[in-house]
Design a protein around this ligand. Sequence first.
Ligand SMILES: Cc1cc2nc3c(=O)[nH]c(=O)nc-3n(C[C@H](O)[C@H](O)[C@H](O)COP(=O)(O)OP(=O)(O)OC[C@H]3O[C@@H](n4cnc5c(N)ncnc54)[C@H](O)[C@@H]3O)c2cc1C
Length: 302
Amino acid sequence: MKSLDELVAEGVFRQDVNIGALTTYRVGGSAKYFVEITTHELANEVIPTIQKSGVPLLVFGNGSNLLVADGPHEVVAVHLSGELAELTIDKEGDAYLVRVGAGMDLPIVARRLASEGIAGFEWGVGIPGTFGGAVAMNAGGHGSDMAAAVSSAGVWRDGQYSQWDAQKLAFGYRHSALRPADVVTDVSLRLPAGSAEESKAKLSDIVRWRREHQPGGHNAGSVFRNPETGSAGELIERVGLKGERSGGASVSLKHANFIQVEEGTTALDVSTLIGRIHAQVLEMTGVDLVIENRFFGFGAAH
Ligand SMILES: Cc1cc2nc3c(=O)[nH]c(=O)nc-3n(C[C@H](O)[C@H](O)[C@H](O)COP(=O)(O)OP(=O)(O)OC[C@H]3O[C@@H](n4cnc5c(N)ncnc54)[C@H](O)[C@@H]3O)c2cc1C
């Protein structure tokens, strides 16, 4: 196996890449090294090398749940595409086995499965992330989540690849057993046969609902998990924080659990606003909201 230095010398990595700009918040700093993994061969060479190098690894998909801190980061950022963003579908009795590269977008797969008459993944049309991020987060919505569909995932940990079944993935609410330096490269779903017409109608309803209830622009979806007692957005609204600002970051007027980011905003603006929301909701309602957005590069406090 080559060393990280050898791969750097061979030009496998781009250097000083602004990864903050690749997230949906569009804020944050750069990674010292960045690699776009487009083939299985490159994955097999690069991922174990990084994981054994001692240099932190950040794998990201569409950055649709990710807040990267400002400033340069001593990190190898990994992004998956090409052969790691492909889809195959096999019939298994009455059901389908769908194998998805972790770099693939959920809405694309949701539309493809619906048109093939495969049921149960319509909800994915509303989630602007990749399969890798969705497994890590156990993303979900509209009454379902990844846990309901995933039968296994291919995971690199500490330089070793293995298939993890659903039990090992240990999905919980917006949670899985994956650690920050683990890399999911492929995901297998088991889904039932359905009706293409019904699935397409569900997709349209979900897309319409999203347009009516969620803001556009630069954001990373729900900032906080919903507490057991109700909705994080309602709590934030109740304590009077709709429209609250920190620099160019503001609490959305359309959905108070979303933070909207204007051009010129810093990651510190966003994290300051998140901290203020958390403190005010705790003080005024006693509810200790848990952050759903993933923070990178902010230090131990997050
Ligand atoms: C408008 C909007 C609406 C949203 N609505 C929802 C919703 O309804 N439900 C919901 O659950 N989420 C929602 N989200 C959040 C987000 O889309 C999901 O969490 C999504 O699964 C993140 O995927 P991603 O590829 O963008 O991950 P990223 O944001 O890039 O990363 C998120 C986490 O996953 C890890 N990760 C990414 N790729 C991999 C990989 N290949 N292997 C291992 N770990 C990986 C990252 O290291 C990070 O910790 C929304 C976001 C937006 C912007």
